[in-house]
Design a protein around this ligand. Structure first.
Ligand SMILES: [Zn+2]
Length: 110
């Protein structure tokens, strides 16, 4: 399998998601840090803030992309998380960050 092709697709999608809200994201982090210092808030708020700023679906996809990139590093990319069968390349081309094959996906939905 040509994982480099999927890696490119994953990185491109990640760039799209981060690019669409990247500047705002950075600004909110800076603001949040200053506010946090002044209000003496507990650490860990930054992460919550960022996730709220991202559209929820984007945050989920981003998470899945990170996991997919990690699987590429480990050499397990393209295998279904649930049944360990190879995921169809047509499915990977459509959704490179998918974790499960189409059969397991349908089982989840039912
Ligand atoms: Zn499966």
């Amino acid at each position: 399998m040509d994982v480099q092709h999927y890696k490119d697709a994953l990185l491109r999608k990640r760039g799209e998601i981060l690019g669409s809200g990247g500047i705002k994201l950075q600004a909110s982090m800076e603001n949040n840090t200053r506010q946090g210092d002044m209000a003496d808030q507990a650490s860990g708020n930054n992460e919550v803030h960022i996730q709220l700023k991202l559209k929820q679906t984007d945050a989920k996809i981003l998470q899945a992309i990170e996991e997919a990139l990690w699987r590429i590093e480990k050499g397990t990319y393209g295998a279904c998380r649930d049944c360990a069968e190879p995921i169809a390349e047509a499915r990977l081309n459509a959704i490179p960050w998918t974790r499960v094959c189409i059969a397991c996906k349908e089982k989840q939905n039912s």
